[in-house]
Design a protein around this ligand. Structure first.
Ligand SMILES: *Cc1c(COP(=O)(O)O)cnc(C)c1O
Length: 393
């Protein structure tokens, strides 16, 4: 491995920086998987996740990444041959839709331009046209990490209600949770999908579904084969069944610590911090663009994500050189363009365990890399970020 001095600034939108407190919390011997100590810890974590999702719905924890929770949401509520409506938001709606199809579900994909959030009017119109109620669920990505766009969950709920449509409403909050306001119950979400390695600051490997009573009831009569993911069998007096086997004990130690950190900061405090940092990054992009060619991918300002910024660039800029230089020279890891944005953008993740100096350091490194690579840009990106932070703090 190449030697790189100092801390790695992991400015990718997942995985994210893991706090020392969380790492240390995990460095302990495991516990008996069905003993009273683990049960108490595990039940507490399940309950506290409900506070993060703002729900009273049942939460299920998987030893899996976000893709696992996607699959859990689909196979617990749908049958092969069912139709789902998937509004396109970016690479992550694409991938979730393809996963649904691979399970024998028909995806009615609602195409969009990757520059705007979900249009609730189109959702409403599509559901109104579905008079036979063939559509069984609406699958929405809250923050699409490829486009750095956050869509309005409450507005999509209103659209479903306005069409008087019984479809389940499922929301992927993997990139939005903790960085952005999210209220599962108030917004009438039936299934929330989340993972631990983004806003939750944890080592990758855990994911979550929260399932409303309606979703669990519907799921009792669906026929998708499922076993490990099955909500119906993941409860009971024997704690072993909550995890369909041995619980990921040390990951739960880590998650306990990260939840404690979030509650110490408060959820509102964490959201405000993410907003501040996102504004600072966007201010820098504005300065770079003043004498260069940089554009925020998200066209609508109040749809710009708190946890990640996607910056469109001139294709001649050789974005891969920018990545390599930032990583090798400055120990700063940036996000690549995904899907159809590959080679056309870079992304700066600012989610999870991140603060003002980390963002300023990353922006300064990017600016130095621009200069070294001869990439035309307006100077003063860091200064613009400093000004933005000074105003917001
Ligand atoms: C990261 C991410 C995923 C995928 O999560 P994995 O843990 O990599 O499987 C899905 N959806 C969104 C919105 C994401 O940001």
């Amino acid at each position: 491995m190449t030697f790189r001095a100092g801390w790695n600034f992991l400015m990718t939108p997942g995985p994210t920086n893991i706090p020392d407190r969380v790492l240390r919390a995990m460095a302990r011997p495991a516990l008996e998987y069905a003993g009273p100590d683990f049960m108490e810890l595990s039940i507490g974590v399940h309950e506290d996740l409900k506070r993060i999702f703002q729900t009273t719905a049942e939460v299920f924890i998987y030893s899996a990444n976000g893709h696992g929770a996607w699959e859990a949401a689909l196979c617990n509520t749908l049958s092969p041959g069912d139709t789902v409506l998937v509004p396109e938001t970016g690479q992550f709606s694409n991938s979730w839709s393809l996963m649904a199809e691979s399970l024998g579900i028909i995806s009615q994909y609602m195409p969009a331009d990757w520059r705007h959030g979900v249009d609730p009017a189109v959702v409403e119109e599509t559901l109104r046209a579905d008079t036979g109620h063939k559509i069984k669920a609406v699958l929405m990505v809250h923050t699409d990490t490829a486009t750095a766009i956050t869509s309005d969950v409450a507005a999509v709920r209103k659209a479903i209600d306005a069409a008087s449509h019984p479809a389940l409403f499922m929301v992927d909050t993997i990139a939005s949770l903790v960085t952005t306001d999210y209220r599962m119950d108030e917004w009438g979400v039936d299934v929330t999908i989340a993972a631990c390695q983004k806003g939750l600051m944890m080592a990758p490997g855990l994911s979550f579904t929260a399932a409303s009573d309606k979703a669990r009831e519907v799921g009792k009569s669906t026929t998708m084969p499922r076993n490990y993911w099955n909500w119906q069998t993941r409860r009971g007096a024997v704690h072993y069944t909550w995890y369909c086997g041995t619980g990921p004990v040390n990951s739960i130690f880590g998650l306990r610590e990260s939840l404690d950190m979030i509650f110490e900061e408060t959820l509102l405090g964490a959201q405000a911090r993410h907003q501040r940092l996102a504004d600072a990054v966007r201010a820098a992009v504005g300065a770079w663009d003043s004498a260069g060619s940089f554009e925020l991918n998200a066209l609508v300002s109040d749809q710009r994500a708190n946890g990640v910024t996607t910056i469109l660039i001139d294709e001649a800029m050789k974005v891969s050189e920018l990545h390599t230089l930032c990583r090798d020279k400055f120990n700063v890891s940036l996000g690549y363009g995904l899907g159809k944005l590959k080679g056309k953008c870079f992304r700066i993740g600012h989610m999870g365990h991140v603060n003002e100096p980390m963002v300023l350091g990353a922006l300064g490194s990017v600016e130095a890399a621009f200069a070294m690579l001869g990439i035309k840009h307006g100077k003063g990106g860091v200064q613009a970020a400093v000004d933005s932070l000074a105003q917001a703090c």
